[in-house]
Design a protein around this ligand. Structure first.
Ligand code: SAM
Length: 750
């Protein structure tokens, strides 16, 4: 099967196709034009007949050369070992007769196949690929490339049976013919109805339809006219200078387009406007159009239980037509047709695969969990990504699979068991409670709850049920969650220190804005490359909003560009501990009220530090005691104190770092001040003692007792207190706190 004959793959970029935007809306009753249908079918038949004439029938039946006729096939010079029984679509069935074709076409479920077809394929390509034996060889190469390097090419060649390939091929032929015919009919129709090319289309000004009704009041029954006007409006917006009516602004055309999109596709004006703003007009049209057709069915091979090639073979034997999802995934299989319910095959029940949208693979691929790591999946149910993570970790290390929804968590547990995941702990907290519940993870995945604007093809209710309030509440939650995710990661992790944020939404509010918020509130993280081989760059500048240039490293996925669900993926690297007083740091660690699971949050202090081996001195975000760092703060505090008291005006002022960092010090500085105060009290006491008994008091490291050398250096250096002076460098005490408190008391009494 040549490239040109292959159904539209998921993943890699393809150019925006005009026929995508001219394809008729399938479910609009008014759009069903019997005359057009007839034309389509005739055109399809003609196309097929022309193709049949162009190639000898015998060749056409040996569609797949090396891959079909197993007994005669040689793969890489070796005879093929094993093939499945020949398919039902034998020579007779792949008949070129026009009648048979017409029957086939009538039986084809256009809606189901729609998403699978590549509207960009052209007829020449089909002919060449299908009937030229040279191209068959190149096709073999293509196919080899499709099955990724984890698999033995020869085996794969053998295992891609005739049943699968011939069936696929026939389906693709029909689908292609239908689409071409539809596109042609659409074009003809458009030409008849639309203003003649080159003329300025009359869109905005009191236009009337044939019955004299003003076109601006078109209702859904006028679906064809709506579509025509949409096409015209886009044409004008594409070439405004030449096609716009005089005195009309772009805004007027855009407003008309918005109205028509709402009427044609059934969106609320609010959401249509939001989505329209994401793209240039023509691309927006393609996006709305792509939302009208389902994405291909995809399964993910569970590599904890099987290999993709073995799974493919088993399913092919059951009459499933499939193909690897694309070069970018080693585990995905795209299903074209199945004789059996995919959620009930023995392979499914044995946990050899999970039904999972292709774009859902992406966040986990970006997370790239390593063996033996500790990973947190903050919002895990129903577990598509958790089980993928487990497979990549080969069931080693530990995954904490959390979800706030108890019912959904049951599905998560079910999937974990079915897929044989043994390295996971399921928990049921609000993710906002992390890292209070637990922290110090090597990697955290936050596949955030979202509006679902990327999956409208799956859930059309999104078109109307999302309000302005949703686009305030959801981003607010997402922002809180992302801070929790960041704070739950151990920046000292030797293998990780990464956070992946993803949504199945395409709005700016839920994606770039959330990421920007995280960058603003957590200067201790930075965006890094996702490692994903395709995807559009995140926006750095859109609708007057400017984001950090590194936002380019985030990735956006759309149904109309990659034939996958709309998705967003961002990957962060945590480079330092979260400052203690950073926004949200306290909220995410402090209990607020009752948790989502109705557990009363306990108020005791929780040590979130990751469990460490003894002798492991590396710090954590959660209260590790860093002697060296603290000493600096103590010294700064002491110096400040001395200046304040006028004892040493030259004492070095504390450095002016960023606000957050200075804020972070404040607690420790306060402690340091207390220490200094205690030392001062002691000093007073010593002086008194000195006077009293005439003996030398202990040397206290304050300005009036520093050495000459220290004075020369500006007095900033404060000698490290020694045991002899009653204070050690760590804040540890030779003279006990109790004693100091006593002397403090003495002072206050005095
Ligand atoms: C997009 S879905 C996750 C899908 C999942 N990652 C997968 O691949 O199967 C979002 C999940 O977030 C959960 N959720 C919503 N709010 C939450 C919160 N505050 N804490 C934890 N989970 C939450 C929902 O119950 C839902 O299961």
């Amino acid at each position: 099967m040549g490239q040109g004959r292959r159904m539209k793959k998921q993943g890699m970029p393809e150019p925006l196709d005009e026929s995508l935007v001219t394809r008729k809306r399938k479910d609009a009753p008014a759009a069903v034009d019997p005359e057009r249908k007839k034309r389509s079918r005739t055109a399809a038949r003609e196309a097929k007949e022309a193709k049949a004439k162009a190639a000898p029938p015998k060749k056409a039946t040996v569609v797949k050369g090396p891959k079909v006729n197993g007994a005669k096939t040689r793969v890489n010079g070796k005879p093929a070992k094993k093939f499945a029984p020949p398919p039902s679509n034998d020579e007779d069935e792949v008949s070129d007769s026009a009648d048979a074709m017409e029957d086939d076409l009538q039986n084809v479920n256009v809606t189901g196949l729609d998403a699978l077809g590549s509207a960009s394929e052209d007829e020449d390509e089909i002919d060449d690929d299908a009937f030229d034996s040279d191209v068959m060889d190149s096709d073999t190469d293509v196919r080899k490339a499709m099955w990724s390097d984890d698999e033995d090419d020869e085996d794969i060649e053998e295992k891609l049976t005739a049943a699968n390939i011939a069936g696929l091929s026939r389906k693709l032929d029909m689908q292609k013919a239908i689409e071409d015919a539809e596109a042609q009919a659409e074009l003809e129709e458009g030409n008849m109805q639309t203003n003649i090319a080159g003329e300025r289309p009359k869109i905005l000004e009191d236009a009337e339809d044939e019955e004299g009704r003003p076109i601006t009041n078109l209702v859904t029954q006028d679906i064809q006219l709506l579509r025509t006007r949409l096409n015209d409006t886009i044409r004008v917006l594409d070439d405004f200078k030449n096609l716009a009516e005089e005195g009309r602004s772009r805004a007027e055309y855009r407003a008309q387009m918005l109205k028509d999109i709402c009427a044609y596709y059934g969106y609320s004006e609010f959401l249509a406007d939001k989505l329209l703003n994401l793209f240039p007009p023509r691309e927006a049209f393609a996006f709305f159009e792509a939302n009208e057709t389902p994405r291909p069915i995809v399964i993910r091979t569970n590599t904890l239980r099987t290999h993709r090639r073995d799974l493919a073979q088993s399913l092919i034997n059951r009459g499933v037509q499939l193909e690897p999802v694309g070069k970018w995934s080693k585990v995905g299989l795209q299903i074209f047709e199945s004789q059996v319910p995919l959620g009930a095959t023995p392979e499914y029940l044995a946990g050899h695969y999970i039904l999972q949208a292709a774009s859902s693979f992406l966040p986990v691929m970006a997370l790239a969990p390593q063996e033996n790591e500790r990973v947190l999946d903050m919002t895990a149910a129903p577990g598509g990504k958790t089980t993928h993570i487990a497979a990549l970790m080969k069931n080693t290390g530990c995954i904490f699979a959390n979800d706030a929804n108890k019912d959904r968590s049951k599905g998560l547990i079910g999937n974990i068991h079915r897929l044989g995941v043994r390295n996971s702990v399921v928990c049921n907290y609000s993710a906002l409670e992390f890292p209070r519940v637990m922290g110090g993870f090597d990697r955290v995945l936050l596949d955030a709850p979202c509006s679902g604007t990327g999956v409208i093809a799956k859930d059309a209710s999104v078109k109307t049920n999302k309000t302005e309030a949703d686009f305030m509440k959801l981003p607010h939650l997402q922002k809180q969650l992302i801070l929790s995710a960041i704070d739950s990661v151990d920046h000292h992790s030797k293998t990780g220190g990464y956070i992946v944020y993803s949504t199945c939404s395409v709005t700016i509010e839920e994606n770039e804005q959330v990421v920007q918020y995280a960058l603003n509130k957590r200067p201790n993280v930075k965006l890094v490359e996702t490692g994903l081989t395709f995807g559009k760059e995140g926006f750095t500048n859109i609708g007057g909003k400017i984001f950090h240039p590194s936002m380019k490293m985030t990735r956006r996925y759309y149904p109309h560009t990659y034939n996958v669900d709309g998705f967003f993926v961002a990957k962060f690297k945590k480079i330092a501990a979260t400052p203690l007083n950073a926004v949200g740091a306290n909220e995410s660690t402090k209990p607020k009220s009752k948790t989502a699971t109705n557990k009363v949050v306990q108020l005791e202090v929780v040590d979130n530090a990751p469990i460490r081996e003894e002798g492991d001195e590396s710090g954590s975000d959660f209260g590790d005691f860093d002697e060296e760092e603290d000493q600096k703060y103590i010294e700064r505090g002491q110096a400040k104190d001395l200046r304040r008291k006028g004892k040493n005006p030259k004492a070095a002022p504390p450095p002016k770092g960023d606000k957050a960092a200075n804020g972070a010090e404040s607690k420790k500085v306060q402690e340091a001040k207390k220490e200094v105060a205690a030392v001062n009290v002691e000093e007073q006491a010593n002086k008194k003692e000195k006077k009293a008994d005439g003996t030398k008091g202990a040397k206290v490291a304050i300005s009036n007792s520093v050495s000459k050398k220290e004075k020369k250096a500006g007095g900033a250096e404060v000698a490290k207190p020694t045991k002899s002076n009653g204070v050690n460098g760590n804040g540890g005490e030779a003279k006990s706190k109790k004693e100091r408190r006593k002397s403090g008391e003495k002072k206050s009494k005095a």
